[in-house]
Design a protein around this ligand. Sequence first.
Ligand SMILES: [Zn+2]
Length: 331
Amino acid sequence: MSRLTPDIDLNAEGKATGFVRVPHSVHRSAYGWIPIPIVRIKNGDGPNVLMQAGNHGDEWEGQIGLGNLIRAIEPRDIKGRLVILPSANFPAAMEGRRTSPIDEGNLNRSFPGDADGTITQQIAYWIEHALLPGFDYAFDFHSGGSSLTYIPSALAPRHQDAARMEKVMGLLKAFGAPVSYISAAPQGGGRTFTSASYRQGVVGMGTELGGGGLVTPGSLKVAEDGMRRVLSHVGLLQGPVPAPTKTRFTEIGGDDYYVYATDGGLFEPLVELGDEVKAEQPAGRIHFHHTPWREPEVVTFKRAGLVLCKRVPARCERGDCLFHLATDLVV
Ligand SMILES: [Zn+2]
């Protein structure tokens, strides 16, 4: 049994705002709890939809977009049930960090979680076993966070089940991000929210909306317009929504789509997001702090593709992801 308890009924009619309580006994608060904000909006029968952001605390577009959605949508605007968890790893969001300051937990590598584990493991357990069951659709709004920036994208892993894949492609098309991508092997191997949704039989989609630890009007518009279009697409949101936008369908295959730092130093990118690159093309240079007279290390792309993601901070260590590519989806 999960130790977490929402202080609102997630299945009742109407609109309610409240908190999921995570018991947390600490020096300044012996019987205290961590308040994870949660909202339910319900109007009769219809699809059951869960929208989540702040799975990583330093990814802001989804958190702001869902806040705006919460204040804008009333029960009369929908048919069905919408539950919104805008800052899933709330302690991480409050610190503006990818991981929790309490236990260093990365929520999106913590599923299926542990009812008796660390705070982050307890949150993952509650989301997978108490929250997710019963939803038809689940959306998880990520961005690049502090260390990466993306062309605003929507994504899903490749599913073997053709009917499920068709539903997912419909969601990506409706969301209408500039780029959509299908990943052959999702990051995190079974420990992500996407995997949790899959295990609970919920159809879902994720995003990488921008990143760099900041928000732009453009990336927020992709988030907000997309949220409304997918809610309309699944039959929950009634009335007009922003006009459809065209998405470029791409895929990410294996390790050769990624470029990693081969040494520590200062990363100088040689290409920008949106560039089309060739195999063996120089991707960046790594300069050496201590020995600036030494020639910088040149890292190259292993294959051709579209530059979808780029590292933000100049300082890098061996093993840091500098870029990843996408290629047009072959169907
Ligand atoms: Zn993330």
